[in-house]
Design a protein around this ligand. Structure first.
Ligand code: UD1
Length: 381
């Protein structure tokens, strides 16, 4: 791109909406600013997540700037949330006329902003493209499929994603293997991770709980398929209670999970002497908790990747994963929701037979730089 073209380059509109977007966008914004020449950017927060715990604290931890635009959509059904983002994003697009819209991940805000932009002829770049669980009951799978179909530039985190995209008829020229931008955040923040004892103390919990000869496990659960049905949630909490007899647990609880536990009357299943229940944690707290853990039990996509990067064994409480590299090369094992499989997985790790894994290709802390360099070239073309 010529110097003159750079001077007139309209900003890249960078979209975040929900918690897992923030750790992906922070390094991208830094890389756009540090690119020579700098690539102008505008940060748009849709407001899908809005709490201090789910949003504001992560902005601080990750060094994200205050959003230039906040659409403040809040919670709602999928239709309402997606439609509200679309309605509120359109005038912002008209006003700022960006050179492109950059979306990350697979949340409702990702798809909503993509749809608005492509229909206005504004190019869309999708970071974390091509991941597939092949489970269309997952709202994220629908968001991934549709975003990738219409986005113009697709940045992938693992090589298997290209095959998924090609199978869906997407031209290979649109796809760039850039690596995993989440790991950029992880590498940048690792030295600042908060100690688990400090995190517990901040919630008036005694850190003696996690000073156990076997260490402690970290738990997160928030997928609707795991926490929205009373019987499923009850059976998962019962398994956790059994695990906790051997290994103390720290459960960072998503608001969806907390409200369902209360609604279904399941509060007493977790013994506070064995399970430390915390509100959703900041990024530095989660890094510290995961880094020090004997194992992680989760249904999160991000944690499957972060535990692989940290070399901590992860048991994923789902039947499928859109991130197969974490199983093939990393520390992740899919245990589903079956009680025996979960308990067996835990027992193996406690017996020292947990996966050690290795860090996948391009999960090296430099993905955002590769994205910025490619974006610059592509926008120039
Ligand atoms: C969303 C994403 C999911 C991601 C998850 C991480 C979609 C389809 N889902 O799911 O992919 O893994 O975020 O958290 O986009 N709530 C609060 N405070 C908030 C936000 C939500 O209390 O700041 C409560 C509300 O009661 C809300 C519920 O949590 O109804 C669920 O929030 P929602 O944004 O609908 O979906 P998540 O389950 O968070």
């Amino acid at each position: 791109m010529s110097e003159a073209a750079v001077k007139t380059l309209a900003p890249v509109m960078c979209i975040v909406g929900a918690r897992p977007n923030f750790m992906k966008m922070a390094p991208i914004l830094r890389a756009l600013a540090q690119h020579q020449p700098a690539i102008p950017a505008l940060l748009v927060h849709t407001g899908q997540h809005y709490d201090t715990d789910m949003s504001k604290k992560l902005f601080v931890d990750l060094g994200l700037p205050t959003p230039d635009i906040n659409l403040e959509v809040g919670s709602g059904s999928h239709a309402v949330q997606t439609a509200e983002v679309m309605k509120r994003f359109e005038p912002a697009l008209d006003e700022h006329k960006p050179s492109c819209v950059l979306v990350v991940g697979d949340v409702n805000s990702t798809l909503a902003c993509t749809l608005v932009a492509v229909k206005k002829g504004i190019p869309v770049a999708h970071v974390e493209a091509g991941l597939r669980s092949y489970d269309r009951k997952m709202p994220e799978e629908i968001n991934r499929l549709l975003t990738d179909q219409v986005a113009d530039r697709l940045y992938t985190t693992e090589r298997s994603a290209l095959a998924n995209l090609v199978r869906e008829g997407i031209a290979e020229e649109r796809v760039v293997f850039a690596g995993n931008v989440m790991i950029d955040s992880l590498e940048a923040s690792r030295p600042h991770a908060r100690s688990p004892a400090e995190t517990l103390a901040a919630h008036q919990l005694d850190s003696a709980l996690i000073q156990h000869p076997k260490g402690y496990g970290v738990v997160t659960l928030h997928r609707p398929s795991n926490v929205d049905d009373a019987e499923t949630l009850k059976s998962l909490l019962n398994v956790l209670a059994t695990v906790a007899k051997d290994l103390p647990l720290v459960f960072a609880m998503h608001p969806r999970t907390r409200s369902n536990i209360e609604r279904f009357g399941l509060k007493d299943l977790l013994d506070p002497a064995r399970v430390a229940v915390l509100p959703p944690q900041g990024y530095l707290e989660m890094l510290g908790l995961m880094g020090g853990a004997t194992l992680v039990l989760t249904d999160s996509g991000g944690l499957q990747e972060e535990t692989t990067a940290l070399g901590v064994p992860c048991l994923t409480l789902r039947e499928n994963t859109e991130r197969p590299i974490t199983v093939e090369q990393g520390t992740n094992t899919m245990v589903g929701l079956d009680r025996e499989a979960i308990l067996r997985g835990v027992a193996e790790i406690l017996a020292g037979q947990g996966k050690r894994g290795r860090v996948p290709e391009y999960w090296d802390g430099h993905t955002a730089e590769r994205i910025a360099a490619d974006l610059y070239q592509w926008l120039g073309d």
